[in-house]
Write a protein that binds this ligand. Structure first.
Ligand code: HEM
Length: 545
């Protein structure tokens, strides 16, 4: 139990051999820590025995106190009781996690009847989507709010305090990935209906029959609040793009054999398409799969590069050449590491450090024909369908990262003073924030609309009609992210040039920008495709020029 101290108790520990301070009514013993304090020991000694809240908040952000919780030895007798404390995150009355049975009774109200959900989060304008802040929305109901609260609680408690350490170490404990499976999230993150037949794990706050693409978005969005592309890609980067082709195009015995292990988080899967010499130009890939003389196996030889999660994957959804040059000679094969002949090595990259970017070589890998996904030489179509799901994931992440840049900037601008004024009081800083907010909100509203279309359209219609707009929004989202990372960096100045500390999130995201603007279709390819494909489709739909 936490001890209670008086102000004079604390005041008597004002020397280097016993150095206590108070922050927000809590008492910290910094005696041994002073030697390790990155800001130096003298600065701590100057506030020994005193309330140092003001000085503390000048130099640190919220995560620090959570990380160094063990230094807290108690609280002041004058500290208000917890109930009276302002809650940093308001728990919504309507949006608390409900058991599945209770949540099942909740039905989505038709748009015109839908009431706004209770506010959730810190209510900083534009730092969260509008439906978090009491605005009306036709897309979200109480199951979405309940899932949002469920994921946020997990992220705040188990993930956020450790993300920087994991990023620097370039790996995330496998237990965290397993937890995604245990919580039933993996079974709902495939861009298709919830895979209830392949896992016993269930999502606590959403009944299976209510699951939709907006639930999927919430998981990705809330995970992205950690401000680490590396972390999000570690969790979803391989699975989210490598597993859908297995589910959509795999033969039943293969799915029955391997999908349960994947959805439980025991086994990992990734997508291996890009090669040293074939990126956006997928139709030119050269990794070859030759059918054996007895027709029972493919023998695979070739290289794959920049493959997310490759180093720890058990399964590789791999694009291979089985036929003539060009797009009509490409197939998709599910290669298992256990077949032998698969080597993986980690690549050092500018950003997304904990995502496990990998170089893969396949040498005479013997793959049973049963592991062919879809039909031989028709893999290109499967790859193209998959791109929509991949790009939507990239868009969600980019827009949340943009919000994080904006949110961190707003908080910093309300704290940091220059030329006798807070940054927020300088019009030039408000202009930067406004340009960030308008791009985030416009992009996010387009995202909601496209997700709704994905939800309503059949697969073929979605592939045809939404490929162009999704490509356009992918470019819009990465440009927005780049803009927000840059502007946030200018607002933070030197603090976002050095790693860690107050500008740490912005510095990390700045390094992650290219990992979003290049893969999954570069900005240039996306913008061109958005018009080319939309024109083609609308011609079919009767466009009159
Ligand atoms: C529980 C008490 C404290 C802990 C756990 C703590 C921890 C840290 C850590 C981890 C950093 C590295 C930067 C970061 O990660 O944010 C840091 C930097 C710093 N701290 Fe503290 N600190 C504490 C109290 C204080 C107090 C009371 C002051 C001022 C009186 C202070 C002044 C500074 C300064 C000036 C820096 C350098 C900031 C910079 O690099 O811009 N710290 N502290």
């Amino acid at each position: 139990m936490s001890k209670i101290f008086t102000q004079s108790d604390v005041a008597s520990h004002n020397k280097t051999d016993s150095l206590w301070i108070v922050i927000d009514g809590d008492v910290y013993d910094l005696t041994p820590f002073q030697e390790d304090h990155p800001g130096g020991k003298k600065i701590l000694q100057r506030v020994a025995g005193k309330d140092a809240s003001k000085q503390f908040w000048k130099y640190h952000n919220e995560g620090i106190l959570k990380k160094y919780k063990k230094l807290q030895i108690g609280s002041l007798d004058t500290k208000p009781k917890p109930a009276a404390e302002p809650m940093p995150v308001a728990v919504p009355q309507k949006a608390v996690a409900k058991p599945a049975a209770a949540a099942a009774a909740v039905t989505a109200a038709p748009a015109e009847e839908a009431e706004a959900l209770e506010p959730f989060g810190q209510q900083i304008p534009f730092a969260d989507p509008a439906w978090y802040q009491g605005y009306h929305s036709p897309y979200f109901n109480e199951t979405h709010a309940a899932l949002r609260a469920e994921v946020r609680e997990w992220v705040d408690a188990e993930i956020e305090p450790n993300v920087t350490e994991w990023d620097e170490k370039k790996e995330v404990p496998h237990e965290i990935y397993k937890e995604l499976g245990r919580r039933g999230y993996l079974a709902g993150l495939l861009g298709v209906h919830y895979q209830k037949d392949y896992t016993d794990n269930v999502v606590k706050s959403v009944p299976v029959e209510k699951w939709d693409l907006f639930h999927e978005m919430i998981i990705t969005d809330e995970l992205s609040r950690t401000a680490s592309g590396g972390f999000v890609w570690n969790m979803l980067g391989g699975f989210g793009i490598g597993c859908p082709p297995l589910v959509k195009f795999g033969k039943k015995p293969l799915i029955d054999r391997i999908l349960p292990g994947i959805l439980n988080g025991d086994k990992r899967i990734c997508l291996a398409i890009t090669e040293p010499d074939a990126g956006s130009d997928v139709a030119n890939l050269t990794c070859e799969a030759k059918l054996s003389e007895d027709g029972k196996h493919y023998i695979v030889n070739g290289e794959k590069k920049w493959i997310t999660n490759g180093i720890w994957s058990d399964y590789f959804t791999t694009a291979v050449r089985t036929g003539k040059p060009g797009m009509n000679g490409v197939s998709l094969l599910l290669i298992e590491r256990s077949f032998g002949g698969v080597s993986t090595r980690r690549m050092d990259c500018q950003g997304v450090w904990s995502s496990g970017t990998t170089y893969i070589t396949f040498e005479d890998v013997k793959v049973p024909v049963e592991n062919l996904l879809g039909k031989e030489n028709q893999g290109f179509r499967a790859i193209m369908t998959n791109f929509n799901h991949e790009r939507i994931g990239i868009i969600i992440q980019c827009l949340r990262f943009s919000r994080v840049c904006y949110e961190e900037s707003v908080k910093h601008a309300n704290k940091r003073k220059t030329f006798g004024k807070k940054l927020i009081e300088h019009p030039v800083i408000r202009l930067k924030l406004a340009h960030m907010a308008r791009q985030i909100e416009a992009s996010y509203n387009w995202l909601e609309n496209l997700l709704y279309q994905c939800e309503k359209m059949g697969e073929t219609e979605a592939m045809l009609r939404l490929g162009g707009p999704i490509a356009g929004l992918k470019a819009q989202a990465t440009v927005t992210f780049e803009f927000c990372a840059r502007e946030a960096s200018q607002i933070f100045g030197g603090l976002s040039y050095s790693r860690g500390g107050q500008g740490g999130k912005v510095e990390r995201l700045y390094r992650d920008v290219r990992a979003y603007a290049i893969p999954g279709g570069s900005e240039e390819i996306m913008l061109d495709l958005s018009i080319r494909q939309s024109m083609r489709v609308h011609k079919m739909l009767g466009m009159k020029l």
